[in-house]
Structures are given as C-alpha cells and as structure tokens.
Design a protein around this ligand. Structure first.
Ligand SMILES: *Cc1c(COP(=O)(O)O)cnc(C)c1O
Length: 416
C-alpha cells in the first residue's frame, strides 16, 4: 500500500503542529468575541495553569474547547476555530485517500458522535437525494441490509420513516443469501419501493463478517431500481482495509458512496469519534437552510461538537504511522489465529473472517459460567444465545486466551 498523507510524527512534531493550530483558533483573552455562545472550559473548575497541561497538547485542546460544528471539507466554516478544524480536514482526507482508496480531494466528511450517527447521516442524505432527484415519496424508499447488520440501521429507518428490509445470511458463512436478496427486492418493489439505501457491512459487530457491496449492486441493477450503498465500517474500518489490501469495500469501487469508521473502537480514541466519509456532491442534500446563524454549512446531524475529538484521532494516526498501525493489527490477528487453532484442536465450532479479530463461537461449546467468567458477549440477551464472541483487542493477551481454552477443557465443563 502507498500513502499520500499517512506517516509517523514524533511527539515533539505533533506538539508543534497542535500548538500552532490552537493559536489559529480564537483566543478569548486577546480578542473581543461578544456574539458567540462559546468559551474555554470554566477556568474556575478546569485550570489552564495545571503543570501537566504543558506536556499534553490534547488536554490543552480540551481546555480551549474548540467547537467543530458543521462540516469543514466544503464551503466555509466558523472562522473562530480554523486552526483545529484544519486538523479535522486533514484526518478526513487521510482516511478517505490512504485507507479508503479515494482519489485526492474527492470526499467530504466529519467526526460524528459515533457509528450510529454516521449511519443515520448516510441514510438521511440518501433519503433526501432520492426525494429530490427522483421525486420519490417516503413510502417509495427503503433501507436494505443483512440480518447481521448493526441495529443503528433500524434506528435510522425509524427516525427517517423508511421501510427497513432485512436479508438473511448463511448460518455458517454469514454471507448474504443471493436468492433471498433478490426475493426481498422484488417483494419491496411490489409494495411500491423504487429506491434502496443499502447498508453494507465491513465487519459486523457480532461476527466480523464482511458483505460484498457488488452483490447488492448487481441484484439491485437486475431489478432496475435506484440505489446508493453506504459501508458500515464502524468496527472493521481500521483493520480490514489494512489486513485485506485490494478489497472492494472502499471508494475504489464505484458502487460505494460513503463509509462509517469508528475511531473509538479499534483505534482506541475517546468516545465521540465516529467518522463519516462520503463522495463529494452528496453531503449537500441535508443542508439546513434555517441554520442561518452558523457560518458555512451546517450539514451534519450533530450541531456543536468537540474539536478535541478530531485532534485525538489526528494524534493516534500520526503517532503510529502506517507501519506502526500494521504491526498492531498484525499482533491482534496473530492472537486471533492462535485462538482459532486451539478451538480447532478441541473441536469447538466457530465463525471467523480470516482478516478480522472477532471469533464467534457456537454457544453449545461454551457453558454459561465460562461465558460469564471470561466476559464473552452473546448474540442475544433475551433468548438462549446461539453464539458467544471474543473480540481480540489490545488487552486480550494470549495468556488470557490460554486460560480460557483450558477452562473449556476442564472436566465438569463438558460441551453441552
Ligand atoms: C459499534 C457499531 C456501530 C455503532 O457505533 P457507535 O459508535 O456505538 O454509535 C455501528 N455499526 C457497527 C458495525 C458497529 O460495530
């Protein structure tokens, strides 16, 4: 893989860049700013003088409290926070080009509150796009996704008043059933649906399975309906593009229009760092004309949001650089591989995508007490679980996995 923007920067280099960015933001002590309802964090509570702030550019950003309201990759933005907004713009461009394989300067995006918001933002944009471009009524537009898709898609359907169509997946391979997909599309068409908003997964939450967006695209083309495809990479977005280069779940694929990535999952960024990236020319469909008091384009679901979150993502990316990040991902994949080998040895059945760090084990092999002791997550909290998953994160070290495997083999815990 080649990188146009992504590199490693020393802590000192980062500090210099962030300090400069903060300088370009408004300084409440030196400038008159009578109109904006913002200021730095309450100095009575959060002292600016604390000695540890000197060494910590991210904490200094928190104290200055820049507001990143709106979208900074197009149009004008609030001028008061130009400095740190430029860093956010850099993050969006880096992710769209170096991770998601877009051409330079062809994407817009912003740092959302999370994957949920980014998925809703996508559905909102495409709903309006279909209404404006094809004169579609609300009851002619549907959301389409697999049965393993995150429930934020159902939230989006509920909020936007759209029909949600779910397609079954194969119980073993977690791959979309193409015949069932075709039937689902035809059935929706018969009820008057003519535009489809697809949420295609780049790693599902429970299994880590990856949908092929082209499967959706060809089924929809065969049925001669309009569609837009959004990729939900909230979990897989910082792993799959790296562990599976040459994949088709990114902007090199003309069928893909937008992507969600969550920095607060695999990237271990603070919460509030969901990332939404979309091809240029589409963000504008959710322009809120009534947002007259905000300079520039308020075309994001969230209004005011913290600029410190953008700086946090920027710092993580530039602290690791691409090679450091590859090493980290490969370490997690190595551990996942190790776990799968042990499960094979003891004959436990599981699903694992070869490029991801989730292992979903058939519940029949996992006594409830072990699932509880090892903090495994079931596929359902209301019924009898069919699967329990292990997500191999940074803190999931092999000695814990070793312990888990030997617990599974301990007499008194035979497979159910
Ligand atoms: C976690 C997750 C989401 C929701 O993200 P939040 O950041 O919790 O809002 C959406 N989709 C997938 C695939 C996820 O794993």
């Amino acid at each position: 893989m080649e990188f146009k923007y992504w590199k490693k920067l020393s802590y000192k280099e980062q500090d210099t860049i962030i300090t400069q960015a903060l300088k370009e933001n408004i300084d409440y002590d030196d400038n008159m700013s009578l109109g904006i309802p913002v200021s730095k964090l309450d100095p009575f509570v959060f002292s600016e003088q604390a000695s540890f702030l000197k060494e910590a550019p991210l904490l200094r950003t928190y104290v200055q409290n820049p507001n990143h309201i709106g979208c900074h990759t197009l149009g004008e933005s609030e001028p008061f926070f130009n400095g740190t907004q430029k860093l956010e713009k850099e993050v969006i461009e880096l992710l769209s080009v170096d991770i998601l394989r877009a051409e330079q300067n062809t994407c817009d995006g912003y740092i959302a509150t999370g994957g949920t918001e980014a998925n809703i933002q996508a559905a909102w944009i495409y709903r309006n796009y279909f209404m404006e471009t094809f004169n579609a009524r609300i009851d002619e537009i549907a959301l389409l996704s697999s049965a393993d898709t995150h429930y934020s898609v159902t939230k989006a359907a509920n909020l936007l008043n759209l029909l949600s169509v779910s397609v079954p997946v194969n119980d073993e391979t977690r791959v979309i059933e193409t015949d069932a997909l075709d039937i689902a599309i035809k059935r929706a068409k018969n009820t008057g649906i003519r535009c489809f908003i697809v949420i295609s997964n780049m790693a599902t939450t429970m299994f880590g399975s990856v949908d092929d967006p082209d499967v959706y695209a060809s089924a929809l083309k065969n049925n001669a309906v309009e569609f837009k495809i959004h990729v939900d990479g909230a979990f897989g977005g910082f792993i799959f593009p790296i562990s599976c280069p040459g994949n088709n779940v990114n902007f090199s694929n003309p069928n893909v229009s937008s992507v969600t990535l969550d920095a607060h999952k695999m990237l271990q960024a603070p919460y509030g760092t969901g990332i939404f990236v979309i091809r240029k020319g589409l963000m504008e469909y959710v322009y809120t004309k009534e947002a007259k008091y905000v300079s520039g384009m308020d075309i994001t679901l969230s209004g005011s949001r913290s600029g410190a979150n953008a700086v946090a993502v920027w710092m993580i990316l530039f602290t690791y650089g691409p090679h450091g990040w590859f090493e980290k991902i490969n370490k997690l994949l190595y551990r996942t591989q190790w776990l799968c080998k042990q499960l094979d040895k003891i004959g436990a059945k599981y699903y694992r995508h070869p490029n991801l760090n989730i292992v979903a084990i058939r519940a029949a092999h996992i006594p409830g007490a072990i699932a509880k002791k090892y903090g495994m997550v079931p596929d359902t909290h209301s019924d009898v679980p069919e699967w329990y998953k292990v997500v191999v994160m940074d803190h999931v070290e092999i000695n814990y996995l070793e312990d888990f495997i030997s617990a599974l083999q301990t007499p008194g815990h035979p497979p159910r």
